[in-house]
Write a protein that binds this ligand. Structure first.
Ligand code: AMP
Length: 452
């Protein structure tokens, strides 16, 4: 049982005031463990998933370390970049910076977020005004470095957030280029949901005698989240999903698919059945993604269909349910997906629809999370022909149907386009489409413990 308070962690009054306003009363386990380490100036390697409070675990002590440099001056020279927070996705970047801003509310420290997919020129003037804390995706940061719109020679703190994701997304070369530009004398913190050999290697390269912390994996996979598997034939998944979504506890649900194509098809099928569903994809335009996300947060969209890339880092308050329409082939993705629910102590439900072909991936997942998930053989009642089952694609294109979001065309041609990454923005992992191209068996992470 964790009984320390934020004040016990010796955080400054300005920071405590902001936490109080945010309604945080007690530090989460990762916060209780990480904050003293970061305040001591040591490097840190922390194993924690989204939903454990890891953002505050690094942001709060980071702000405290920078407080002596806080300045009310308007001169950009007084506000060099002193802390760099690198994250894998735009959504996570936005969320992390929102949190930093909130915690820094009563300090004179400035923060800014830069990410790809939006006009770089809109970010430059803000950078030029000077910011102490810069949250960035690696690709866009490199663009700024090349355009000489950012200087990193005063960075004294570096955070690599969701480091395992960054590696999965192919950001290693970008990270190496960025890290080579930072002063050698700095404090570095690395957060990762999993500890693969690659992550250990990365930590050896970039951290100096780090303290190791891991918060219990059960945080995300057992205590707060009720997990259940429905064994169901592929062709019956849609009917089962529609039934589950009509249940009382399915008021706000993220449904995960493996591919963009399934996401877009499923969204159309559900919309046709009167369910307020919309899709969010890794490479829909930034504006579309934000609008869909906002509609979901506000409740006008109740079912968000997402691929792994799009969902990374999403932080929806009190999300009660996650459904895996297709289970991921990389077991770690399961942990990331279900970590969207049951956050910060709230209860959540994670349901997975598993067809016979997918059962071998379920075995890997259960091995990784060290839990046998409850299973039920689903019995699906089929509606009379033509009533509920989805019509084939060709019919669907001929027949108009009611959709909750009238602004969208019936068939978004975007979904048929291949994702074309920028040179500096690597291809997200879900664009590796199927089982034949799946990376080798997921590593079962070695659990690190902080000594003593
Ligand atoms: P994170 O793991 O950083 O994505 O945080 C997950 C959620 O928990 C966010 O919505 C945070 O605002 C919230 N949170 C973080 N720390 C605390 C805390 N100590 N008390 C209450 N909520 C928190």
């Amino acid at each position: 049982m964790n009984t320390v308070s934020f004040a016990d962690l010796k955080l400054a009054p300005q920071i405590l005031k902001a936490l109080d306003e945010a309604g945080y009363s007690t530090p989460t386990p990762i916060q209780a463990q990480a904050i003293p380490v970061v305040l001591s100036g040591e490097d840190l390697m922390a194993g924690a998933q989204t939903g454990t409070g890891k953002t505050a675990a690094f942001s709060l002590p980071l702000l405290q370390q920078l407080l002596p440099h806080a300045s009310a001056s308007t001169s950009p020279a007084k506000h060099p970049v002193r802390a760099l927070i690198l994250v894998p996705t735009r959504e996570l970047a936005v969320q992390v910076e929102e949190s930093v801003k909130m915690y820094a509310k009563y300090t004179n420290l400035r923060s800014l977020v830069v990410y790809g997919g939006v006009d770089i020129k809109t970010q430059t003037p803000h950078l030029k005004n000077g910011v102490e804390i810069l949250v960035a995706t690696p690709g866009r940061l490199l663009d700024h470095i090349e355009q000489k719109t950012v200087l990193l020679n005063q960075v004294q703190m570096l955070v690599l957030d969701e480091a395992d994701r960054m590696l999965d997304m192919g950001f290693m070369p970008a990270l190496k280029r960025i890290l080579a530009l930072l002063p050698r004398r700095r404090q570095s913190l690395m957060f990762s949901a999993t500890f693969s050999n690659e992550i250990k290697k990365l930590s050896e390269d970039f951290l100096i005698y780090p303290s190791l912390i891991e918060v219990a994996r059960s945080n995300a996979t057992s205590d707060n989240i009720k997990q259940k598997v429905y064994l169901v034939a592929s062709e019956d998944k849609h009917a089962l999903l529609a039934k589950l979504l009509k249940g009382d506890d399915a008021k706000q649900v993220i449904v995960f698919t493996k591919t963009k194509l399934t996401a877009s098809r499923l969204t159309r099928q559900l919309q046709r059945e009167g369910i307020a569903a919309d899709a969010i994809h890794g490479d829909r335009s930034q504006l579309e993604r934000q609008q869909t996300l906002e509609a979901f947060k506000q409740g006008s969209v109740s079912v968000l269909i997402a691929t792994d890339v799009a969902a990374r880092g999403l932080d929806i308050d009190h999300l009660p349910m996650v459904i895996n329409y297709e289970i991921p082939h990389a077991a770690e993705d399961y942990v990331h997906r279900i970590g969207r629910t049951g956050r910060a102590g709230a209860k959540g439900t994670a349901l997975s629809l598993v067809s016979p072909e997918e059962e071998r991936y379920l075995v890997e997942i259960e091995k990784l999370i060290k839990t046998t998930i409850e299973k039920e053989q689903a019995s699906v009642q089929h509606a009379p022909r033509g009533e509920q089952r989805a019509p084939r694609e060709s019919r669907e294109q001929r027949q108009p149907y009611h959709k909750p979001s009238p602004s969208k065309p019936a068939h978004d041609p975007w979904f048929d386009q291949p994702y074309v990454p920028k040179v500096t923005e690597p291809v997200p992992s879900t664009s590796k489409p199927d089982i034949n191209s799946v990376k080798p068996k997921a590593q079962i992470p070695a659990l690190f413990r902080r000594p003593g």
